[in-house]
Design a protein around this ligand. Structure first.
Ligand code: GDP
Length: 297
């Protein structure tokens, strides 16, 4: 289960504090040490951990926790509030264009879940907004990618614009946008190519697509299971593309959770959705406060 180790360790640290008849400065220091280790072990970025612990300590000092009636309970509340703040405070909705179509560009490393998430998002838009989305298949490097997008699209009854694998992706996107405009699609979701790692050529291509369509959303799809790498990946994509949001996938797996807690702090970009399974329905809006409660257990 996601966050299992982290939740357990945080709970243990709090429980220890609760059992003390009187909480001293030294107890508080020990609790902070345990929180720090728990976060580091969960693959939270070390700088994020450092800032987080510092903030919790400051809040605890400011609230004069040790003088209060129930120090342990207060610490739990402070940790909960700080976790929420760390992950962005409020859910951030999808950007929408003033005039249709809203253009959403999906980017991310190969296998992160781009195509699956594109499908999940389209289904969500159909169900919630009665939207008429269209996909553009802009991954021309793997023939299987187009087939896969087509399969996803068939499941949710969404049209795909594709030109096979012999046409330049930027040209495909240009033509696809024309078709979407003619058909009055209100959303265009562009499935771009991924690689195993960030490379210059891919980034240049994505930048060219971005410049052509000026997307309302550039959603970076990140596999939550990739730990510290998730943060490096996010930073790499954001530096080049100035992404507008993140979708964290595979939170149904046993991720230790570091990505969920680090990405917002490191990139300043919000996590907008989380993927919690392989089915088209398995996409949820990311709520920082609910995630904080889930982590604390
Ligand atoms: P892409 O290469 O980025 O387009 O990635 P895909 O969409 O092909 O996804 C790669 C694999 O991850 C597929 O087997 C998906 O079913 C799976 N996947 C995607 N999102 C999730 C998720 O939220 N949870 C789980 N368990 N699997 C996912």
């Amino acid at each position: 289960m996601a966050f299992e180790g982290l939740t357990e360790r945080l709970q243990k640290a709090m429980e220890k504090l609760r059992r003390k008849p009187k909480v001293t400065e030294a107890d508080l220091r020990e609790t902070m040490r345990e929180i720090r280790l728990a976060l580091l072990e969960a693959d939270v970025n070390f700088k994020v951990v450092k800032d987080f612990v510092k903030k919790v300590r400051e809040e605890a000092a400011g609230a004069e926790v040790l003088k209060g009636l129930n120090p342990a309970q207060q610490i739990v509340k402070i940790v909960n509030d700080q976790l929420t703040e760390l992950m962005g405070e409020e859910a951030v909705p999808l950007n929408r264009a003033a005039h249709i179509p809203t253009v959403i560009m999906m980017v991310g490393l190969q296998g992160a879940g781009k195509t699956t998430t594109a499908g999940k998002l389209a289904l969500r838009l159909k169900n919630e907004d009665h939207a008429r989305p269209m996909f553009i298949a802009a991954d021309v490097y793997r023939p299987a990618a187009i087939t896969q997008l087509q399969q996803v699209a068939d499941q949710i009854d969404v049209p795909v614009f594709e030109k096979g694998t012999d046409v330049d992706p930027v040209e495909i996107v240009r033509e696809g946008m024309e078709v979407a405009k003619q058909n009055h699609n209100d959303y265009v979701i562009i499935d771009t190519a991924g690689r195993l790692q960030i490379d210059e050529q891919l980034m240049d291509e994505l930048v060219n697509i971005k410049q052509l369509v000026n997307p309302d959303e550039i959603l970076l799809v990140i596999d939550a299971m990739t730990g510290q790498n998730a943060v490096n990946t996010a930073q790499g994509f954001d530096d080049k593309l100035d992404i507008t949001g993140v979708v964290l996938t595979k939170l149904d797996g046993d991720t230790r959770g570091g990505a969920a807690m680090s990405i917002r702090a490191v990139t300043g970009k919000p996590i907008k959705f989380v993927g919690e399974g392989e089915k088209m329905e398995d996409l949820d809006v990311f709520h920082p406060d609910r995630m904080a409660s889930r982590i604390l257990g």
